[in-house]
Design a protein around this ligand. Structure first.
Ligand code: ATP
Ligand code: MG
Length: 434
């Protein structure tokens, strides 16, 4: 036999055994986003590379090392490494930013980054994200943080810490860059090669370098919070007051700079303390310059991306509950060839009534069918033999209690099934209807 081909490193299969976890978080994020007035948007899996260079930024790890790009017919395309750039591009291209603002959208999508795969760090991963365009109010920042917190709470998560910081606007950052350049100038012989390049173009990036030597050097670097202009400082203060008012606990972490270049003012992360090094479940902030950078008007915007693999991993670690996976309601077991078309017909009637029904498709023996029905975890079982067919009546067996009750196979089939299943669920059909 030929050896089967395995999936690429850093990708994952989501099999039927695990799909209920994904359906659970997808339901929670959709419902929460909608409660806050966000509508779903879907954008292409790949975009022109230029889009990410112009938004995520040339000096970031994502653009420098992590993008999957391919040249096709002389254009360079990249599999999206994040959702914001494509979403803002789509809002611009579809005229959404000329409509009433703020525009509020959310998405659930896959992202691709060439990273070293490990628990919580994949090459294809999934994000739930939101973007709000057209509000410069610090209450919008609070609202976005509240939405993320609402999702994490609804998932049942504990021990998630919110870290916030402000990385200022281009004005305060100019002075801060000068201070950083002066600080790092003494360490040019020790910085990694990437950071040496960053020193001139974007010295704040050095603070985000993963190299232990660069991290050590950056430990005592000047802090952006000491350089904020009046406007940025007031914005940050109001955000903190709003979070206090909503009883949202947070800590100020002046070391967060975020891995993407488009951020201004507020940046934040929700960090889980129990999934190890890959603890950032959600990261986001404000990006007031991005829309203009992408060819639109000067419209302030903000949002976040939440890693769904990390979210599910944390939920598993904390023993959070997931929705039950869907399972078979009625399994029909035909005993011979004559009963097979009858089973098919009864299954069709059940499905028309919204009930999940299955029957034997593998010509199994009676014993093997019982075993299979057990594996399916079916609620009910109906065995169809020649007696049942001639009498037009069978037994509906409740697999949990073992109780068997007669069910007519003629025009009363669904009526009988409904009576019995409602009695099992509510004690009697009357109390179910009450
Ligand atoms: P990190 O510092 O962990 O690399 P990041 O700053 O690169 O994260 P963002 O670009 O802000 O992350 O993406 C938002 C969220 O997406 C992260 O907080 C994380 O939950 C998730 N995420 C990012 N990269 C990966 C990955 N390679 N695998 C799984 N999830 C990821
Ligand atoms: Mg990263």
């Amino acid at each position: 036999m030929a050896k089967y081909i395995t999936r690429p490193n850093g990708t994952e299969d989501i099999t039927p055994k695990n799909i209920h976890k994904w359906l659970t978080v997808e339901k929670i994020v959709r419902e929460t986003a909608e409660k806050f007035g966000f509508s779903e948007i879907r954008v292409p899996t790949f975009e022109t590379t230029e889009l990410f260079q112009r938004s995520v930024g040339e000096t970031t790890d994502v653009v420098q090392k992590e993008m999957y790009s391919v040249t096709a017919k002389e254009t360079v395309f990249t599999l999206r490494p994040e959702g914001t750039a494509g979403t803002i591009r789509a809002m611009l291209q579809n005229g959404m930013l000329s409509e009433a603002l703020p525009q509020k959208v959310f998405y659930i999508l896959s992202c691709f980054r060439h990273e070293r795969p490990q628990a919580g760090r994949l090459r294809e991963f999934h994000q739930f994200g939101i973007e709000m365009a057209g509000s410069s109010s610090p209450y919008a920042d609070a609202e976005v943080i509240l939405l993320a917190k609402n999702v994490l709470d609804t998932c049942g998560l504990k021990n998630i810490i919110l870290h916030i910081n402000s990385i200022g606007c281009p004005e305060c950052r100019a002075k801060y860059y000068d201070a950083l350049k002066a600080y790092f100038a003494n360490a040019t012989d020790q910085l990694c090669e990437t950071c040496l390049g960053r020193l001139e173009r974007n010295p704040m990036r050095i603070l985000d370098c993963k190299s232990p030597i660069c991290q050590e050097i950056a430990k005592d670097a000047p802090l952006i919070l000491d350089f904020l202009c009046e406007d940025c400082k007031a914005h940050f203060d109001t955000l903190q007051t709003a979070l206090h008012d909503m009883n949202i606990e947070f800590s100020i972490d002046p070391h967060i700079v975020r891995g993407l270049d488009y951020y201004t003012k507020t940046v934040f992360e929700f960090i889980s303390t129990d999934i190890g090094a890959q603890g950032t479940v959600c990261g986001g902030g404000r990006y007031d310059g991005l829309i203009e950078q992408l060819g639109g008007q000067k419209i302030p915007a903000l949002g976040f991306g939440m890693g769904l693999e990390r979210l599910i991993l944390t939920m598993e670690n904390q023993g959070c509950e997931f929705m039950e996976s869907s399972h078979c309601n009625v399994y029909l077991a035909p005993m011979d060839d004559a009963a097979r078309p009858v089973a098919m017909n009864l299954a069709a009637q059940l499905r028309d009534a919204g009930i999940r029904a299955e029957f034997d498709l593998a010509n199994r023996t009676f014993k093997a069918q019982m075993k299979y029905a057990d594996k399916l975890g079916t609620d009910y079982l109906i065995v169809l033999g020649s007696n049942e067919l001639s009498e037009q009546s069978a037994q509906l067996k409740n697999m949990k209690t073992g109780q068997q009750r007669p069910i007519r196979l003629d025009a009363h089939f669904i009526e009988d099934y409904t009576e019995i299943s409602l009695t099992d669920l509510f004690g009697s059909p009357e109390s179910a209807r009450r």
